[in-house]
Design a binder for this molecule. Structure first.
Ligand SMILES: [Zn+2]
Length: 262
């Protein structure tokens, strides 16, 4: 009777780009791959599935990561990109048949590339990013400030659970606004500003902003938080028109599809 091979799965160490924690992650096995391929997922379920999949493949993790909840509380969305890269790299080694839409002729073509050739990391070196908050005064809506932060997997999962099924809130807007911790509005007759920190208030307030204010929020986010990440970039040449461009691979977006075609 088969009780498992003695040899261990291949492992890979990932240092997360934002919280700089060390994780060791092992290869997916065929059974897990089958499960991934067999799962039909709604958009709100994709990230939940992804997080579980990563968590189950962790071999060594930091002491404070004890279970799924503490894992999600201590890992940011950008850290997850690093872990997903590790999982994909140790499981497959290359991105096979990755589909690209040419920005010049708009036709599709696919490429295969060694995963490690695309890898770049810009780690956050400035203390604990999970405690960092930045207050920005909006350029157009001058009486309003927004406090931004780096969301964790837990923030994402809570928001999707609570608002994912709500009429009118798309997964995109829920995830997009996770970087907003609160809005603060100065009101003339009050000594203290009015604070909006409930997630659905935040989304409604965000949607009411002039476009230029939104742009300011995202520019500051990238500068203060978002640029500390892993980036998977490759140079590619269109097989139809020869156009050369640099393509960034989004693993969260493509992970399941890539497992499916591997
Ligand atoms: Zn082209």
């Amino acid at each position: 009777m088969f009780t498992g091979f003695a040899e261990k799965y291949p492992e890979y160490e990932v240092i997360t780009p934002q919280t700089k924690q060390s994780f060791t992650i092992r290869s997916l096995n065929v059974l897990e791959e089958e499960r991934l391929k067999g799962s039909l997922l709604t958009p709100t379920k994709v990230t939940e599935h992804l997080n579980k999949c990563i968590f189950e493949c962790l071999v060594n993790k930091p002491e404070k990561v004890k279970d799924m909840k503490t894992f999600q509380q201590n890992v940011t969305l950008k850290d997850r990109d690093g872990l997903l890269y590790g999982l994909y790299h140790i499981s497959y080694g290359d991105f096979r048949n990755y589909d690209i839409k040419c920005s010049s002729c708009r036709k599709d073509y696919s490429v295969t590339i060694t995963a490690s050739d695309t890898f770049n990391i810009n780690p956050y070196e400035d203390g604990n990013i999970l405690e960092k908050k930045i207050k920005i005064q909006l350029p157009v809506t001058k009486s309003v400030s927004v406090v931004i932060k780096q969301p964790t997997l837990f923030d994402e999962s809570e928001a999707l659970k609570r608002l994912g099924g709500s009429l009118g809130y798309t997964v995109e807007v829920i995830v997009e606004t996770l970087i907003i911790d609160s809005f603060q509005e100065d009101v003339e007759v009050q000594t203290e500003p009015t604070v909006y920190s409930d997630r659905s208030d935040i989304i409604d307030a965000y949607r009411s902003l002039p476009a230029k204010d939104k742009r300011t929020i995202y520019e500051r986010y990238v500068e203060e938080f978002g640029k500390y990440n892993v980036e998977l970039k490759m140079k590619s040449y269109c097989t139809h028109c020869g156009n050369e461009e640099v393509v960034t691979i989004d693993l969260v977006e493509n992970f399941f599809r890539m497992v499916y075609t591997s």
